[in-house]
Design a protein around this ligand. Structure first.
Ligand code: ATR
Length: 284
């Protein structure tokens, strides 16, 4: 769609930014809703990120997304951060207020939960124990989402135990840390298994994990989406476990930002998934 001089402008800051799917994703919604708006990629190196964010109001932006490696830095740069963003320790969505103040939020926890609820109608966080592999930024969002949704216990398994201990300490709540060597046994009694590590991603090492102890009804979610069907999801599906891929989290996390900037809360539809996947397989 052609835009006018009154177009609302948002975008995504990251370094590098060329592989981001967000411009295509937001562009699809702008088209579908016929909105006079634009969403642009912004390649911003970490040493210029604070200045770039602080310049958004003067450039007339309504806000922006922030991605790797700028999310933690963005938490420091905004004027006000939501409780969720502070607990996760990172900002992925910035809105410029009418007064020019920068409001930071983190919608990854929303995206994780909305994706599971949309893909598995009978999944409930309050049911049972949830096993989370990894303790990076993505794991923080997943653990916050699970606890806020009513999870009784999160079992957190990470190669570097100190990082998992730090996550449990920072977030609080019912997080039980388990050593990486104990990951196979940690699946016993699990209602959900979530991989937030980079293992299994195209070009990375495979995830070495035996699913023998995993109950057959446990939901398995990989937040890796390249490839869309990871080896973990293929093995889980082959033994009959319900599986949810990682693309949905990316699509759902984008909804609240779009709603705030452009005034319409958009939906994740099969057409959107197909459109975004088409660009992912074409190399971004
Ligand atoms: P993000 O912020 O996107 O979650 P990250 O901070 O780089 O990414 O976290 C990557 C996760 O994958 C971490 O939990 C990391 O484990 P460590 O904390 O021990 O580094 C995990 N990971 C990466 N490579 C791994 C490997 N070869 N074996 C086990 N875990 C690995």
């Amino acid at each position: 769609m052609t835009i006018t001089g009154n177009a609302k402008v948002a975008g995504v800051m990251g370094w590098p930014i060329g592989h981001s799917l967000s411009p295509r994703l937001h562009g699809f919604w702008l088209d579908v809703h016929g909105i006079d708006g634009a969403y642009v990629p912004m390649a911003v190196a970490p040493d210029g990120a604070r200045e770039a964010l602080r310049a958004l109001p003067r450039l007339g932006f309504v806000g922006c997304n922030v991605t790797v490696p700028l999310k933690e830095l963005a938490l420091e740069a905004v004027d006000e951060a939501s409780d969720t963003a502070r607990r996760i320790g990172a900002v992925n969505t910035v809105a410029v207020g009418d007064d020019g103040r920068l409001m930071g939020d983190n919608t990854d926890a929303f995206g994780f939960r909305a994706n599971l609820e949309a893909a598995a109608a009978d999944w409930r966080a309050a049911d049972g124990v949830h096993v989370v592999l990894g303790a990076g930024g993505a794991a923080r969002a997943v653990v916050v989402a699970l606890l806020d949704a009513g999870a009784a216990t999160v079992r957190l398994v990470n190669r570097t135990r100190a990082r998992a201990d730090a996550l449990a300490r920072d977030i609080g709540g019912r997080v039980e840390v388990i050593d990486w060597d104990g990951r196979d046994g940690a699946l016993n009694d699990a209602a959900t298994l979530v991989n937030t590590t980079t293992l299994g991603m195209a070009g990375k090492e495979p995830l070495a994990l035996s699913l023998e102890a995993l109950p057959p009804q446990a939901l398995v979610n990989d937040i890796v989406y390249a490839p869309l069907e990871t080896d973990l999801l293929a093995r889980a599906a082959a033994r009959g476990n319900p599986v949810v891929d990682g693309l949905g989290m990316l699509l759902h996390q984008a909804r609240p930002g779009f709603g705030r900037w452009f005034g319409v809360l958009p939906e994740v539809t099969p057409a959107l998934r197909a459109f975004v996947l088409e660009s992912a397989s074409a190399g971004g």
